[in-house]
Write a protein of this length. Structure first.
Length: 96
């Protein structure tokens, strides 16, 4: 029996709900360049860096590492960023 990470499954399901009207085609270039996408998502949330880090469940220094392009966000972190970006009220719920 194959183990499936419950958090990954939850984020995948939420992403499908949120992005149901968006085509799911992603080019290889878009998929491999999460740094550019991160910058767009982070700016689009309108959150301060400490609030964004809190909503993501990571430290401020982790977000700074992403922004400086020293560390690439994981696929799961990118999914959570997409969810926060598409639904700003979600960030408030995650920070509680």
């Amino acid at each position: 029996m194959e183990y499936k990470d419950p958090m990954y499954e939850l984020l995948s399901s939420l992403e499908q709900i949120v992005f149901k009207d968006v085509t799911q085609t992603v080019t290889l270039a878009q998929k491999t360049n999460s740094f550019n996408e991160f910058e767009q998502l982070r700016r689009g949330t309108g959150l301060k860096i400490d609030d964004f880090a809190c909503a993501m469940g990571v430290s401020v220094s982790t977000v700074q590492e992403w922004e400086s392009k020293r560390v690439r966000p994981s696929a799961t972190e990118m999914k959570l960023m997409r969810l926060i970006h598409s639904n700003p009220t979600l960030s408030k719920q995650l920070m509680e």
